[in-house]
Design a protein around this ligand. Structure first.
Ligand code: SF4
Ligand code: SF4
Length: 228
């Protein structure tokens, strides 16, 4: 089972399989030219908990405040957050005069672009995909490894894999439960996955603690615990 993400959105497995894959040691000459094209007319930039936490830390605001100002919820079974385009321009709300105002805290989908990735949920192995044509300037001799290091994708890969596996497990439990108080469950999930984080502390320990705290409550709400 794989958790696939294309630039800005989750993708169907068939969509990914149609794209060329690339290994870290292979040549990948694209270097971002900062044109801002991947930030315009976008309605599909999906955030992980780490993405929202990094934005919150950059803006020095609580994650929930950032979400209320810049995001909207996805309608699916497992709640997610999408960046809301600016009403005035229709572009990403962080696009400022052609440049990203939160560049060092940009979401994974933006750091990956024009790549996509899929994480194998059993092995945690990550595959990378190219969406041609490549943007930016072409610098011969560079590899995918260079690109991933420069864009900060590698340093967060472990947390992204753990996030993908945790979300897939939650999704499976929600689909199996069918009848449960949807609003209450959605609220608990949004807090554990996105909101209950202090940007002054590291993300991963807080994520682990949030999942542990969520567990008994979720089990009860989903009717997984045996009734006395
Ligand atoms: S967060 Fe930054 S890089 Fe990502 S779409 Fe918005 S402006 Fe572009
Ligand atoms: S990733 Fe590509 S489209 Fe986006 S700003 Fe860089 S060069 Fe432009």
């Amino acid at each position: 089972m794989r958790a696939p993400i294309l630039p800005g959105r989750f993708a169907e497995a068939a969509e990914l399989d149609a794209l060329p894959r690339i290994a870290p040691e292979e040549e990948f000459p694209a270097v971002c030219a900062g044109c801002g094209e991947c930030c315009r007319a976008r309605r599909d930039i999906l955030l992980s908990g780490l993405d929202l936490y990094r934005l919150a830390r950059r803006l020095r605001l609580p994650p929930r405040t950032v979400a209320e100002a810049f995001c909207r919820e996805t309608p699916g079974t497992l709640p997610g957050l999408l960046l809301t385009p600016s009403r005035r321009s229709g572009n990403c709300p962080f696009l400022d005069g052609g440049a990203c105002a939160v560049h060092e805290a940009r979401p994974l989908a933006c750091a990956l672009y024009p790549l996509g990735q899929a994480i194998d949920l059993e092995t945690f192995r990550t595959e990378y995909y190219i969406q041609p044509p490549l943007c930016g300037v072409q610098v011969p001799g560079r590899t995918l490894q260079d690109y991933l290091e420069d864009s900060g994708v590698l340093e967060r890969a472990g947390i992204d894999a753990f996030w993908a596996r945790s979300c897939a497990a939650l999704q499976q439990r929600l689909e199996a439960a069918q009848h449960y108080p949807k609003t209450a469950v959605r609220g608990c999930l949004l807090r554990a996955l996105y909101y209950d984080y202090d940007f002054r502390d590291d993300f991963q320990p807080q994520f682990t603690a949030n999942l542990a705290r969520l567990e008994p409550l979720l089990a009860r709400l989903l009717g997984e615990t045996a009734q006395p």
